[in-house]
Design a protein around this ligand. Sequence first.
Ligand code: AMP
Length: 474
Amino acid sequence: MNFSEIGLHPAILKALTDSGYSQPTAVQQQAIPAALAGRDLMVSSQTGSGKTAAFMLPALHLFATQKRPATARANAPAHRSEPSRGHDRLRFQPAQPLMLVLTPTRELALQVTAATEKYGRQLHQVRAVAILGGMPYPKQMELLGRNPDILVATPGRLIDHMSSGKIDFSQLQILVLDEADRMLDMGFIEDIERIVAATPSARQTLLFSATLDGTIGDMAQRMTRSALRIQVDATSARHDHIEQRMHFVDDLAHKNRLLDHLLRDASIDQALVFTATKRDADTLSDRLNIAGLNAAALHGDMHQGARNRTLTAMRRGQLRILVATDVAARGIDVPTITHVFNYDLPKAAEDYVHRIGRTGRAGRSGLAISLVHHAEHFNVRKIERFTKQMIPVEVVVGHEPTRRAPSASPRPTGKPAWKGSEKRSFGPPAGQADSRFSKPAARRRDGAAARPSFHDTAKPGSSARGGQRSYGDR
Ligand code: AMP
């Protein structure tokens, strides 16, 4: 099936050809025809699957082929640019979008807006704007004053504008909840309920989420009507085009030395390094810069302007290494990122999949490398179970860990070292139960698996610096 067989508007087909898209992805093949037919959707798909186009193309097609309701057009912005006489509040006409896309993060919202502009380039009458936390209010008022057809927003800031009467959802036709699972994780459930309650019940609802289990599945059921459930082939979670590796490290000093070594690999075009905390992202990016590597941090404590500048520098290739936290890196789509490093492992296996999906974008291949303390092998096993893929263990000559990998198979003998490093499989010998993981991990009160500190696990004689840092230091 190709895009013209789906019956999309010629102007959209032209934009897709210009973007180099020849075939719809698996999620697009299933979602676009159903959305065009007016169905609600509950889609479980991974990042990088082409989900943005899956919801945006049918919406653009609809707006290209329908006349905007007269009531909405009556809010044309002309009179809003009149000089203020102190009656702005009285004269301000609320924006009446036809489509709302809710996203968990500002970066994803900007990404969706950029994709919309790309797909809708030939449709001059369709306007999309992003309304985000961290953006100055006057700028947002100006954007809303354009009475956009498509509003892409993060929940918190949208609620602010709804509360002050700047947005009227009476004309809304399509509601998209993008990365809905992540919005719930981030505690947006009440905001989402409130926003959804303000939209017409006759709307079309398209919900995208990495998973449709548990709370998110219940919410999806409540917010959709007779939704078509689309489960994109689980192989997309495997990221088969992304090579995965892991290195065991003894302590923080070892981890830093190894990362420095790996980052100097000439095959890296651009790299994304994940840390567990915002503070670690800053500290690590400072350290890498001092070591002569071109790095910058990206995290939620930075002002939006600084985040945008950093991302723009990354997109333009002026920055080689981005050190980021999970939330800030959500939705980053920079096709030239060749390597992803997990400086700290993520808490959840799903996050691992999202992280490594930042490389190998748009049909390219990528390499994901995790730096793992011996005490974290349980987390690695969880990831391997989730992705149903083993992550091969590698050792860099000159940077070997002093401890043997847990239950690692005996070293293969007589095998040549691979580019100065050696691959070993991580797992029990065939036919043996994996007793390493039979005990449940201790749980912290907040529900996260307790992680031992370097101090608890470091060998006598390991560096004092490594000994002082705790994995659980958030
Ligand atoms: P998404 O999952 O929406 O973040 O998209 C992931 C990447 O795939 C983006 O870089 C898109 O531009 C790209 N993409 C989406 N659909 C297609 C397609 N049909 N053909 C080629 N690339 C695509």
